[in-house]
Structure formats: C-alpha cells, structure tokens
Design a protein around this ligand. Structure first.
Ligand SMILES: [Cu+2]
Length: 261
C-alpha cells in the first residue's frame, strides 16, 4: 500500500510534463500553447515566456521526482531510516545561492526586452519630464465597470473637442502603423490586454499609462480585462478590428460626417 503513495506522487511530475509537451507539440491538446502572433514585437516576450517555463519545469519535475523517490525509498515496510541533517552551512548556502542567483539572472536578463517594449518610444514619459513633448495618442482607452470606451481625437487631431469620435466596445485601428494608446480608468483597477500581441497594461485610476504597438494583420481580435475588477469582470471584453489605413480613415470620416460636423 505504501508503494501506491509513491506512485501517486510520481504521477504529478510525469502528468505535468506530458501535458506541457502535448501543448507545445500540439499532440492531444489543440491550441493550448501560446496563441498566434499578430505583431512584430512578440518574439522577445515569447522567448522570455518559454525560458521562464523551462526553469520552472526543471524545478517542478525535479522536486516531484525527489518526493516520489523519498516516499518509495523510505516507506514504512522498507525499514530504511532517512538521515537528518542539522546546521550544514554548505547546504544552507547552496539552497540560498541557487534560487537567489536564478532570480537575479532573470531580473537582469529581461531588461533589454523591457526596454524595447516599454521605453524605446517617443510616447514614453521619463520621470519628471513635462508632458508637452509627448505625441498625441491615436486613441484614448477608457475602462469602466464593465466595458471599454474608445475615444479618437477626430479630424482636428485634438482630444476633448466637439469632433471626438467615441466607440463603445469596438476598437478600430489601422494595421501596419505604430499605434499609441493612452489608458484611463473611471472607477477601479482594470487591465488592458491583447493576448495575440502579448500586450498587457494595468490601468490604475488617476494615472494615464501609455502603450504602443503595431498589428501586421487585418482582422478581428479580442481585448480582455486582465484584472479581477468586480462581478461583471467576465464580460469585460471588447473587439479589436484592424483594417487598412485607408479603410480606417473612411470609418472615422463616416462617423464624423454622420454627426454633421
Ligand atoms: Cu475590468
């Protein structure tokens, strides 16, 4: 009977590994790994994602196997007694330095990707700088319980004027263009996420963080709120539609003209 327990615990790392391999190689599990990419800058994020997963997998499988081995070897009927180690300075050093070193490595290693995705752009506002030299965002995203409002500056290119265009839960954008979006929240913390762009930005009320991205395909995609923001969080999704730059101008013009400005 005590062998049963070691087998049961052995099943955890084995099944865990099989599920991940099935997802990665599309065997048995369909579309369970990373979603397709619709932007040019997702490669770096995917690389980090895979690297972190490999490190976690090694630790997870390693500790799982060790646990199963210990349960089997030191089972009651085997009459082997485990040795107890006290105050081993080398062991203490080993299991402090390896995790700490791994974390420091990951923190340093991801810096260039953070730089490329968050800082290498004109829309980034360095601490202490005035906001006057920032470019006008393509769109202002307003999150609320429970939905999304997308505001375009309209024909005059300025926000908070009469010709602003407002779209509820549908974000239309031109493809193959660098997009700058300014995010705002009307109530609680929300998080703007487009999975196929590996893009996610929290929106804290009172702050207006900026994001920038480019989409190189035309089509309809999903926008989600990634922060548990209340009872209606589950239905806080919106549609993202990318069209050619000409079609985007037409779409905007159409709305402005219908309103008669
Ligand atoms: Cu939300």
């Amino acid at each position: 009977m005590d062998r049963f327990w070691s087998l049961l615990f052995l099943a955890v790392p084995v099944l865990g590994l099989l599920i991940v391999l099935g997802a990665v190689f599309n065997v048995g599990l369909h579309d369970a790994w990373l979603p397709e990419s619709i932007g040019p800058r997702t490669k770096g994020i995917d690389y980090l994602f895979n690297l972190f997963h490999i490190i976690v997998a090694v630790v997870f499988v390693g500790t799982g196997l060790l646990l199963a081995f210990s349960l089997f070897r030191f089972r009651a009927t085997n009459r082997k007694v485990a040795s107890y180690v006290h105050k081993s300075i080398w062991l203490e050093l080993l299991w402090t330095i390896i995790p700490a070193g791994t974390l420091v490595f990951l923190a340093m290693h991801q810096l260039p990707y953070w730089q490329a995705n968050k800082e290498d752009h004109r829309a980034f506002e360095p601490a202490g700088a005035g906001s006057s030299d920032l470019e006008t965002p393509t769109v202002r995203v307003v999150a609320y319980q429970f939905g999304w409002r997308f505001i375009y500056p309209g024909l005059d290119g300025t926000f908070d004027t009469r010709d602003d265009v407002i779209s509820e839960n549908l974000l239309v954008l031109p493809s193959h263009q660098e997009i700058v979006a300014e995010l705002r929240s009307m109530d609680v913390i929300h998080s703007f996420a487009i999975n196929k762009l590996r893009l996610k930005q929290d929106i804290v009320p009172g702050l207006s963080p900026r994001i920038w991205f480019m989409i190189t395909q035309n089509g309809d995609w999903e926008i989600n709120c990634m922060e548990l923001c209340g009872w209606g969080h589950f239905r806080m999704s919106a549609r993202l539609r990318t069209v050619s730059p000409n079609d985007f101008e037409d779409w905007l013009m159409d709305i402005v003209q219908k309103r008669g400005y």
